[in-house]
Design a protein around this ligand. Structure first.
Ligand code: AMP
Ligand code: MG
Length: 330
């Protein structure tokens, strides 16, 4: 549909969930657009109050401190626990929101980075079976030593919630940037596709441009947060199988699909899987139609660009990649 040029742009930036967020909305009036931006900001702040690992009043903080679920589970928490349980299962544990104690031990929560001993890591790995949370009722105990962290999915979930607000308000064109998690709503007001830049992991410039309509575009990259010690780089994305920062052959994974929470969870999971497993896993899931359809862009440490065929014609490489490969289902 072609929107009239009378659409007014409203924009709001704020910090929430530890990131800088910008919401741009095109509405029939500035008043309407400003109001929608404010509603989205409030909703994100409300979600942060539930999901934060550090706010003492949050539900996640309560769970982690008391090793039990709250006596009344808010719908947001319940739906995220269910969704994460599903993704944990489907990704064979590559996506695991119960790595928090491991991530803390490496210093990623405080910035006091260190490489823990094998003994310590092995002990912490005894408590990361996220499937143990499945079907637990409100107030139920969770395994002792387990702590959860929705850092790999929260922003995507928040974008889905923001999308609902946009829909309720009849907004047909908007762009949400939740700390690099992009949710493009509809097309640009004048009818063209939204153009989203995928970061070059090596120099922070744009590696490729992607044109989208009504899609979440979410990237997980080792370059986003890491520390270096003795010439080794330790990134913030962890391999649950080892309790160490992922050493996958990927620099970044971008997922493109309708839902922010899927895109967010999957970008983290495919990063951990590494190139070959991620591609094989995608083929399997798409063939079985076990998950909503999604596309991917992998940038490998070896300088390759690999993307799924659904993005052909919508992706424009800007960086001189050593090779470009398009993966189709058959
Ligand atoms: P993202 O940027 O969405 O890939 O999320 C990365 C964040 O999720 C990290 O900073 C950790 O807090 C957490 N995390 C790290 N590794 C994993 C994992 N394998 N599964 C789930 N969450 C993770
Ligand atoms: Mg993620």
């Amino acid at each position: 549909m072609f929107l009239s040029c009378a659409q007014k742009k409203s924009s709001e930036s704020f910090t929430a969930m530890n990131t800088f967020m910008t919401v741009s909305v095109y509405a029939s009036s500035s008043k309407k657009g400003d109001d929608v931006c404010r509603q989205i900001q409030s909703r994100v702040e409300e979600l942060e109050q539930i999901l934060s690992t550090t706010l003492p009043s949050s539900d996640v903080y309560f769970i982690n401190q008391n090793s039990k679920l709250p006596s009344s589970i808010k719908s947001e928490l319940g739906s995220l626990l269910d969704f994460c349980g599903q993704m944990y299962e489907k990704t064979d544990g590559a996506f695991n929101p119960s790595l928090y104690p491991v991530i803390k031990e490496w210093g990623f929560t405080t910035g006091e980075y260190k490489v823990p001993s094998d003994d310590v890591i092995q002990k912490l790995l005894l408590n990361i079976d996220f499937s143990k949370l499945k079907g637990l009722e409100s107030g139920a105990d969770i395994p002792s030593g387990m702590e959860i962290d929705f850092g790999a999915v929260g922003k995507g979930y928040a974008a889905d919630e923001a999308l609902l607000i946009l829909q309720e308000n009849g907004i047909k064109s908007a762009l949400l940037d939740f700390g690099g998690n992009i949710q493009a709503v509809g097309k640009k007001p004048e009818g063209s596709l939204w153009k989203v830049g995928i970061k070059n992991p090596w120099d922070g410039q744009v590696a490729c441009a992607l044109s989208v309509e009504s899609k979440a575009v979410v990237t997980s990259g080792g370059y986003e947060r890491f520390f270096e010690k003795d010439g080794e780089r330790y990134i913030h994305i962890f391999d649950p199988a080892t309790g160490h920062p992922s050493q996958s052959d990927l620099e970044s994974v971008t997922i493109v699909c309708e839902s922010g929470k899927y895109a967010d969870a999957l970008s983290t999971a495919l990063f951990v899987m590494g190139k070959d497993k991620a591609v094989a896993w995608w083929k399997n899931q798409m063939a079985e139609k076990a998950l909503p359809a999604f596309d991917f862009i992998l940038i490998t440490k070896g300088g390759e660009l690999i993307y799924s065929a659904g993005l052909s014609g919508f992706i424009e490489p800007i960086y001189q990649f050593d090779s470009i490969k398009i993966v189709s289902l058959n």
